[in-house]
Design a protein around this ligand. Structure first.
Ligand SMILES: [Fe+2]
Ligand SMILES: [Fe+2]
Length: 197
């Protein structure tokens, strides 16, 4: 069976996003003092590296190696966000990229043509993202409340979300060029599929 190189690229993009998500967590681990957050960050980091491994294994099962991703989601986000300076910036950025990962994985898993092995991975990683978003958001709110920085936190989240939407629409356009559709497209264009959802 011949392997579609576009799928190797797609899974390499997912792998890249997980690895860069882990890099962001390592930055947080080096800066956060409280022990409870250290525990959670450690578990969270272990999850993200496991997610990267799941995509790597998927690529290997197709008889391929991961390809280098120079223009992935996080790289594009990073170019526009600049270097996050404060802990609030780092936590807010983590919330936004986690929300995007979860949303994208759910969108992909809704495709009726998603093969079972990929679906299993998508469900596996989505399950963890729920916990990730929850605890990071709680910590972000706690930090903002301590410093009286709620307004700034909301403004930072909004700024990052706006950048995220822009980046994702660029990537979706690129995906449509390659595949003729996006894996984020809602399957409810097809009434039969929509009825089954
Ligand atoms: Fe992940
Ligand atoms: Fe995550």
């Amino acid at each position: 069976m011949s392997v579609d190189p576009r799928m190797i690229h797609l899974y390499s993009y997912y792998r890249d996003a997980e690895l860069r998500g882990a890099t962001l967590l390592l930055k947080l681990i080096m800066r956060v003092d409280d022990t409870e957050a250290q525990m959670k960050l450690s578990r969270h980091l272990a999850d993200e590296t496991r997610h990267a491994w799941l995509w790597t294994k998927k690529i290997a099962s197709m008889g391929a190696n991961p390809v280098r991703v120079e223009d992935g989601y996080q790289t594009r986000i990073g170019r526009q966000v600049g270097i996050p300076k404060t802990l609030i910036d780092l936590f807010a950025l983590t919330v936004v990229v986690e929300e995007r990962a979860q949303r994208r994985y759910i969108e992909h898993s809704r495709r009726p043509d998603c093969e079972p092995e990929t679906l299993t991975i998508l469900h596996e990683v989505t399950k963890d993202e729920r916990w990730h978003i929850g605890w990071i958001m709680d910590k972000l709110k706690e930090l903002a409340a301590q410093n009286g920085g709620e307004t700034k936190m909301l403004a930072t989240l909004e700024r990052y979300r706006e950048i995220d939407r822009r980046v994702v629409s660029e990537m979706i356009a690129k995906e449509r060029e390659a595949f003729g559709f996006s894996f984020s497209d809602a399957p409810d264009d097809d009434p039969v599929v929509a009825a089954a959802l």
